[in-house]
Design a protein around this ligand. Structure first.
Ligand code: ZN
Length: 155
């Protein structure tokens, strides 16, 4: 693959995911955010992976592990299987397959991810962060709604 091609497969990196990585443009959809997060793994843009995770989850991310994971693989190809842009007013879902090579083996990571739209930006809801939020506490996305009325259903 040429260095010029965007890892997400949608064109030239400088016109595709790079402006998002540089903070020059916001993702227009959950799918675009998902693509840019995949590209961020491929380009080792770890800060971007952190900053596009729901705000209340960012401090619970294992950044060293994310960096390690990004750098220890070759990111071969992204396939978006399905994008459901409106699960409700502020949530969307993207099903994808990330093809990558780890040491000398090719793997396919098949995942269905949920995203929240808040303050005019999309964020990834990470189902793996280790944090305790009660249903009555404010949501981890920063919406100001109670957790149970907001992102709890999508985690
Ligand atoms: Zn929420």
């Amino acid at each position: 693959m040429s260095e010029l091609n965007c890892p997400c497969g949608r064109g030239i990196y400088t016109h595709c995911c790079e402006p998002l990585h540089r903070g020059q443009r916001d993702a227009e959809s959950a799918e675009q955010l998902m693509r840019s997060r995949y590209s961020a793994f491929a380009k080792h843009e770890i800060d971007y992976i952190v900053s596009t995770t729901a705000s209340g989850q960012q401090s619970h991310l294992d950044i060293a592990a994310i960096r390690d994971w990004a750098m220890s693989n070759q990111w071969l190809k992204l396939e978006v299987i399905q994008h459901l842009p409106r699960l409700d007013k502020t949530h969307a879902q993207v099903e994808f397959k990330a093809h990558y090579q780890h040491v000398d083996q090719v793997h396919v990571h098949h995942e269905t991810s949920n995203f929240v739209f808040i303050n005019r930006q999309w964020y990834f809801l990470d189902p793996t962060t280790d944090q305790t939020v009660t249903m009555k506490q404010p949501c981890i996305c920063g919406s100001g709604k109670k957790f149970k009325q907001c992102c709890a259903r999508f985690l």
